[in-house]
Write a new protein. Structure first.
Length: 79
């Protein structure tokens, strides 16, 4: 399971917990569960942003490696 998938599973579990807390009619507990759910949604958003940033950095690194390889090989071809 990937990180986003794991967070989605926890969000789903907190939604079930929130529904159960409504049945218990415990307002404070329900509020705590809602707060937890909001924090998890924020976490999911931040993780998604970091995953995208990481992919972008990998692409940039790959391009720089290709350029470096060309700089190293090209002089050898002109000799």
């Amino acid at each position: 399971m990937d990180l986003i998938g794991g967070i989605n599973s926890v969000i789903t579990a907190t939604k079930s917990l929130r529904e159960a807390s409504k049945a218990m009619e415990d307002a404070q507990f329900s509020l705590m569960v809602s707060d937890l759910n909001l924090q998890l949604v924020d976490l999911k958003s931040e993780v998604a942003r970091l995953v995208e940033e990481n992919e972008q950095l990998k692409r940039e690194l790959h391009k720089k490696k290709e350029k470096l390889l060309l700089l190293v090989i090209f002089p050898m071809l002109t000799i």
